[in-house]
Design a protein around this ligand. Structure first.
Ligand code: ZN
Length: 591
């Protein structure tokens, strides 16, 4: 039966159908055909997204389009003309469906870009499936046969009864659901009774699948406990890619794409970062994917969509991605404190922290955070690290006021109960009012100031709320040079030169390759020991290579930057010990 509601309800209109052809995967080519339904075909605008959710930068995926053409069902070519840089338009007066096919080059292995080769195929929907304007709310159906034989498809979308076919409720659901194809190791497990699968698409590597299943289960349970309720999905998929280097993650509605170097299972420090990455992307199942900043609810994908709330969306998630592995018993308390003190030091010592507020950093993610250069530490703050410290300060202040309470967990739950799945999402005002409700108006006003004003949060005294204290780190501290240095095959490279520091005043610049200090060659890994041989106030001659030039510059070394250590306070009382236990799930270690 057909009635008028059938015709106007997008969910019951003819779906937008896609076919994916991986025949030439070895050449890194993917062909995608979208069938534009009859009723949308005339003058239809076909758009390839310019960004993917969770990664706030215009990526211009159109760069990878090799060719595009349109065809009627009888094989007749249909004219297709460009309409802006990332869209095409079909002619008017079409009376049937039209197949639009693009060939995409896919050879960039990150969590935000497509990569297909002999080993696997990672398909990021924003980069792969052009959408049909006006059809965004219709179901989107993907036909993706695995190739070659022996490979299988891992989809974040539910499969339909038709073979090799997956169904998205609408365009945004499709854009939020990556695909992986290959003959890949996997492990299945459950969190809160919900099936989970972890798929390893490392190009080589020896994954410890039982360990991942164990750890991801523990992290998942810690997340469920945080929100004090059920898991907000009925299936969850981790798609993990790996190569020599590179790491990161991208959250999707019912899963995540992760990337780690393939040695992650044999390197303890990397594996700890991997646990944190799992916690981070998993927490996005709540924070971001269902508790959504207002600006990011059903955003446009043909242009940047700016939000001032990334200090909550990413900052709070970054804070909990360290706390949750600790609560799950995977990290020791010492590892948590080490991570917090490192972040605090980094944010404090980054000149951009004093220039850009967190709110600005969030809004300017598209043009600053994701577009880095050697001057970035001088010009911007990081809404992940800096945001996590503001969350830490807020948590501490809440716990100071109520040592038997659950601190920031309570605010998070309140936001969840109020705004999860709401069409309007949440605004910063909603966050501040939840803070006020739990911690009072002055605390909400303080956090509003922290977020709106440049500068690091104040963590000096408030750490006593959970029985902690700062002390001077042990070990020698070299005189201050004021660079962010890294070691590579050439030796020591000054990645960035920090504004107003000794190197900056002497005229050194980001990108300089260090050759020698006071006539002594400084090789890879030798900068700190070389500086330790000098005193603050010494003027040394720094030799650097800058492009074709060799420069010799006198630099007067500054006072050492004090390194702080966060540890248990000898004067912690019972209230603080209880607050610590409620915060981390562990007893406060002996001072
Ligand atoms: Zn994130």
């Amino acid at each position: 039966m057909t009635d008028m509601t059938d015709m106007t309800d997008p969910a019951r209109s003819e779906p937008i159908r896609y076919r994916v052809d991986l025949t030439d995967r070895v050449q890194h080519l993917v062909r995608v055909t979208v069938t534009v339904p009859s009723d949308l075909a005339s003058d239809a605008r076909i758009v390839l997204s310019v960004w993917t959710p969770g990664s706030y930068v215009v990526r211009d995926y159109v760069h990878h389009v090799q060719w595009i053409r349109a065809e009627a069902p009888d094989g007749r070519q249909v004219a297709l003309r460009p309409d802006g840089g990332t869209a095409w338009r079909l002619p008017a007066d079409l009376d049937g469906p039209v197949d639009v096919t693009l060939e995409l080059y896919a050879n960039e292995l990150t969590v935000r870009t497509n990569h297909v080769d002999d080993h696997h195929a990672l398909l990021i929907p924003a980069a792969t499936f052009p959408y049909v304007e006006g059809g965004e709310d219709r179901p989107h159906e993907i036909h993706l046969p695995a190739a070659p034989t022996g490979h299988r498809v891992f989809s974040l979308l539910p499969a339909t009864d038709a073979p090799d076919t997956y169904l998205a409720e609408h365009r945004d659901h499709l854009i939020d659901s990556a695909f992986e194809v290959g003959d890949l190791p996997r492990v299945d497990f459950e969190v809160a009774g919900v099936p989970h699968v972890f798929v390893w698409a490392g190009h080589g590597g020896t994954p410890d699948l039982p360990r991942v299943a164990r750890d991801a289960t523990a992290i998942g349970e810690a997340c469920v406990a945080l929100f004090d309720g059920a898991l907000p999905t009925d299936r969850y998929t981790f798609l993990t890619v790996g190569a020599d280097e590179g790491g990161g993650g991208l959250e999707h509605r019912d899963g995540a794409v992760l990337q780690m170097p393939i040695r992650v299972f044999q390197d303890d420090e990397l594996y700890r970062r991997f646990q944190s990455l799992i916690a981070h992307e998993y927490l996005h199942l709540w924070n971001v994917k269902r508790l959504v900043p207002a600006a990011l609810v059903r955003p446009g994908y043909d242009r940047p969509t700016r939000s001032e709330s990334l200090w909550v969306a990413e900052g709070w998630t970054a804070y909990y991605d360290e706390l949750l592995p600790t609560r799950a018993g995977l990290w020791t308390v010492r590892q948590l404190l080490d991570t917090l003190q490192t972040t605090a030091q980094r944010v404090r010592d980054t000149p951009g922290t004093r220039l850009q507020s967190l709110r600005q950093a969030s809004y300017e993610a598209w043009t600053k955070h994701y577009v880095r250069d050697e001057n970035s530490p001088n010009a911007m703050t990081d809404y992940y690290g800096h945001g996590s410290l503001v969350a830490f300060e807020l948590d501490l202040r809440l716990r100071a006021a109520d040592p038997d309470g659950d601190g920031l967990d309570t605010v998070f739950r309140l936001l969840w109960d109020r705004h999860a799945g709401q069409e309007a999402g949440y605004t910063e005002a909603d966050v501040l009012s939840a803070i006020a409700e739990v911690g009072g108006d002055p605390l909400a006003a303080l956090i509003d100031t922290r977020v709106g004003t440049a500068g690091a949060p104040e963590l000096d005294d408030i750490v006593t709320a959970v029985g902690l204290t700062w002390s001077s780190a042990e070990g020698p501290t070299p005189p201050h040079l004021g660079v962010e240095a890294r070691d590579d095959d050439r030796g020591v490279i000054f990645g960035s030169v920090l504004r107003d520091g000794p190197a900056w005043q002497a005229g050194l610049t980001g990108g300089d390759q260090l050759i020698a200090i006071d006539g002594r060659v400084v090789g890879s890994g030798q900068l700190k020991v070389t500086l330790l041989a000098h005193q603050a106030g010494d003027t040394v001659e720094v030799a650097v290579r800058r492009g074709p030039r060799l420069l010799l510059l006198p630099v007067t070394l500054g006072e050492p930057v004090p390194a702080s250590r966060l540890g248990p306070s000898p004067s912690a009382g019972d209230l603080q010990r209880e607050a610590f236990r409620r915060w981390t799930g562990h007893p406060l270690p002996a001072a």
